[in-house]
Design a protein around this ligand. Structure first.
Ligand code: SF4
Length: 176
């Protein structure tokens, strides 16, 4: 049977959702027997590939770079999963939303800097006015709440999706 093509993406999140994915421990062996992991922090692929069956996305959309990435991921993936509260609600990254971007950058890079004061411009993605959840910019097929979602919930989701079903998460997950 043809293996599914699985990708993960890390936008504006703390990596905790990816850590929780790794917490499925040895069960990852059974997952990779059924799916090729074609993109993600654990894979040395520079460009998000085409023809992805399942894309699992951690984090909010906070920068122009994030925005372009999530649109590309949506175009190239059959099922897009928002993993964790940051991807679903904005959560921690959206705590900056009540401040102007300029105010935040000056606070961090000018007022808060001991040396080399100045807002960086080279090689730094331009921040959006607000950190926003995935569903504000792309269609999301499945929301998996939690900060982070438990490893058991993530494994359940993976197995259901690889079996060709959209999982019924019921009481298996909760926000926070
Ligand atoms: S939902 Fe929680 S664990 Fe996941 S990226 Fe956001 S802050 Fe980190």
């Amino acid at each position: 049977m043809k293996k599914a093509r699985l990708a993960t993406l890390w936008l504006d999140g703390c990596s905790g959702c990816h850590m929780s994915l790794l917490d499925i421990d040895e069960a990852i062996i059974a997952v990779v027997q059924r799916a090729d992991i074609v993109y993600g922090p654990l894979v040395d692929a520079q460009e998000f590939p085409v023809d992805v069956d399942v894309a699992i996305v951690e984090g909010a959309v906070s920068s122009q770079d994030d925005l372009e990435k999530i649109k590309r991921v949506r175009e190239r993936s059959r099922i897009l999963v928002a993993l964790g509260d940051c991807a679903i609600t904005g959560n921690v990254p959206s705590m900056r939303n009540r401040f102007l971007v300029k105010t935040i950058l000056e606070r961090v890079y000018v007022e808060g800097a001991d040396a080399q004061k100045g807002i960086p411009t080279d090689g730094v993605p331009t921040l959006l006015k607000q950190a926003i959840p995935l569903q504000d910019v792309v269609k999301v097929d499945l929301h998996v709440p939690g900060c982070p979602p438990s490893a058991s919930a993530i494994l359940f989701v993976l197995n259901e999706l690889l079996d060709g079903r959209i999982p019924d998460l019921g009481t298996k997950v909760r926000f926070g």
